[in-house]
Design a protein around this ligand. Structure first.
Ligand code: PIT
Length: 459
């Protein structure tokens, strides 16, 4: 029984049954690992470890339980004349890591807001430290009453993406924050056109595909648009390729098949993505075989062919020749996505782009406009002729003969049951009996059906 004098530690755990919307204490440790619970710090000192005497005792079912020390680490706060400081002291044999840096047995380090704590292994992140005194000041109440917004996941031209936790369930999401006003970066004024942003958000909300990032909700305020997105944790395809040089052909096929299915799905709905590149393709997990998720529909378009001047901000590595040719003023079809996918496939297979500014004999735009790319033996000898044939068909200069996404999926490169089966299992986990509960996707489908019913009724 809990007494008034000493607070029962178990009061601080947030079980699934009694999800606490509001944190109680001076800091919160958000769980990043499945065997760890989100935990509110109320007292001045806490010990964490596998020993029975610890204030927070690790769950025996946790994957690395044996690698943890009896007392693994301690968190405490010290009130001094210059303020209150929070420290983590490493007491473990195998190490406690703050943002991937080992603290080291007997050492202590100041804990700052959004620090990630890992145990025994650098990648075994179990907690995110959230300093409750110091957060959310500049976020509107409509956001903070539902979400705790924490560390930065990425920064793009039109806003930031942050990690956030839903206050009811502590479920993790990504939150894209898009300022509506003009803002300037290095004296270059950029404009975030609110209607464009809304188009992106609406397109994302209207689609439903396992390989397209899912929107949980959109919060519209006078200053910003907040798009709450499903959280994916494997980073960008771009970084995966950069870190390993190039993908194995089988792996490239698994990823590319998913991209092609997702883009075909969009084309069937009359949507062109228009900005496909490895930076906009996210990986669901860090595993080798994983789901891909298309993002950044900032340039995407419903139905009509249109111009796309915004494309000319960066290097046109992935831009189709017909777009370059008319400098963004022409009208284009969905075939521009096939071209970009061809460039992506090229990069996945060999780790370098088909066109480059480093080439001395021809300017970059000339290379693209004329489709001047080659498959040097030195890099391509181990790649199958089918893969090369598909790259050629996607990177065909004339858009009216370029291969479509439907034809891409029927291409002989995909006569590969093992890869297709893998892709299918990743894309439809619940059909294989792995998951029977209602997924966000099925919830969303149901919501859409209900909305459609309501619209029909009101007509
Ligand atoms: C995540 C994790 C992450 C980044 C994102 C989502 C970003 C998604 C995104 C969505 C857009 C966009 C740009 C980025 O225009 O690290 O779950 O609609």
């Amino acid at each position: 029984m809990a007494t008034l004098a000493t607070q029962d530690i178990s009061d601080s755990f947030i079980s699934d049954e009694e999800m606490l919307a509001e944190p109680c204490g001076w800091s919160r440790l958000f769980s990043l690992g499945s065997a760890f619970n989100t935990f509110d710090l109320q007292n001045d000192v806490y010990t964490f470890g596998r020993g029975a005497n610890c204030d927070v005792k690790f769950d025996e079912s946790s994957k690395h339980f044996q690698a943890y020390s009896k007392v693994h680490f301690q968190i405490y706060r010290e009130k001094t004349s210059v303020g209150t400081h929070v420290f983590l002291e490493d007491r473990s044999t195998n190490g406690t890591f703050i943002n991937s840096e080992k603290v080291g047995k007997g050492n202590k380090q100041v804990l700052n807001n959004n620090d990630e704590i890992a145990l025994s292994f650098k990648y075994n992140k179990v907690y995110l430290y959230n300093d409750l005194q110091n957060t959310d000041n500049d976020l509107p109440k409509v956001v903070t009453e539902k979400y705790t917004v924490t560390k930065l996941l990425g920064k793009g031209a039109c806003g930031e993406v942050k990690l956030c936790f839903s206050k009811g369930t502590c479920k993790k999401f990504a939150m894209k924050i898009i300022p509506k006003k003009k803002f300037s970066i290095n004296d270059r004024v950029q404009i975030n056109d609110p209607s464009r942003i809304m188009i992106e958000a609406k397109i994302l909300k209207s689609v439903n595909h396992p390989c397209i990032i899912e929107v949980e909700e959109i919060i519209d305020t006078p200053e910003n648009l907040f798009i709450v997105l499903e959280l994916v944790e494997g980073g960008e395809l771009f970084d995966r390729i950069s870190s390993i040089g190039q993908l194995k052909e089988e792996n490239a096929k698994l990823f590319f098949y998913q991209m092609a299915t997702a883009v075909k799905y969009l084309h069937d709905l009359g949507i062109t993505h228009r900005d496909l590149k490895p930076e906009n393709i996210l990986l669901f997990t860090n595993e080798e075989d994983t789901l891909i998720k298309l993002t950044d529909f900032g340039l995407s378009k419903f139905f009509d062919a249109g111009s796309m001047l915004k494309t000319f901000c960066g290097t046109p590595t992935y831009v189709a020749p017909e777009v370059l040719f008319s400098a963004g003023h022409g009208t284009y079809t969905e075939a521009i996505d096939s071209w970009s996918l061809g460039v992506i496939l090229f990069v996945c297979l060999v780790g370098y782009p088909p066109f480059s500014e480093e080439r001395k004999d021809m300017k970059l735009t000339e290379q693209i406009l004329g489709g001047h790319y080659t498959f040097p033996k030195q890099y391509w000898s181990h790649i199958s002729p089918e893969a090369i044939d598909l790259v050629r068909k996607l990177m065909t200069v004339n858009p009216s003969v370029r291969i479509t996404l439907k034809e891409t999926l029927e291409h002989p490169w995909f006569n590969d049951d093992a890869v297709l089966k893998k892709a299918y299992t990743l894309m439809h986990p619940n059909i294989n009996g792995n998951c029977i509960s209602m997924t966000p996707i099925s919830r969303k489908r149901k919501a859409i059906e209900e909305e459609e019913k309501a619209i029909k009724k009101s007509r």
